[in-house]
Ligand binder design. Structure first.
Ligand code: ZN
Length: 134
């Protein structure tokens, strides 16, 4: 059993953006069987798994915007005007831990892996992969 790590950078273009990173992560996996942790090193972003269907991705954005709205004032905005971005990140997750089979993510037919930008646009968002397996 070995442990291998890789990281890669993402530049984002919008305040809220969902980026499919399935192919990029598959290209960096260098174990045949095991697990991989995909971790975003930022508190205003997320890593999620779901279906890459354009209507659904709009629905996801709509849901988050309606859960965390401008209706309230947030304390973090007193020091850094991005409380809503952090709160959306709290609701999601900064990482996923996924199975690897035959050197690729072993996802279901309708599943993709996404980086979610919640406070863009930003340069050099860093995603770290930690692989455990053989
Ligand atoms: Zn902040």
């Amino acid at each position: 059993m070995t442990v291998k790590t890789h990281s890669f950078k993402i530049d984002t273009n919008k305040n809220f953006e969902i980026i499919d990173i399935t192919s990029e992560v598959n290209g960096l996996i260098d174990i045949e069987e095991g697990i991989v942790s995909i971790f975003s090193r930022h508190s205003t972003s997320a890593i999620v798994v779901n279906e890459n269907e354009s209507g659904l991705l709009k629905d996801f954005e709509f849901m988050l915007a309606n859960l965390i709205t401008d209706e309230f004032s947030y304390q973090h905005d007193r020091i850094d005007n991005n409380a809503k971005s952090h709160l959306k990140s709290f609701l999601l997750s900064s990482s996923e831990c996924l199975p690897v089979k035959n050197g690729k993510l072993d996802l279901g037919t309708w599943q993709s892996l996404f980086f979610v930008e919640l406070d863009g646009p930003r340069r050099n968002r860093t995603v770290t992969l930690t692989m455990v397996g053989e």
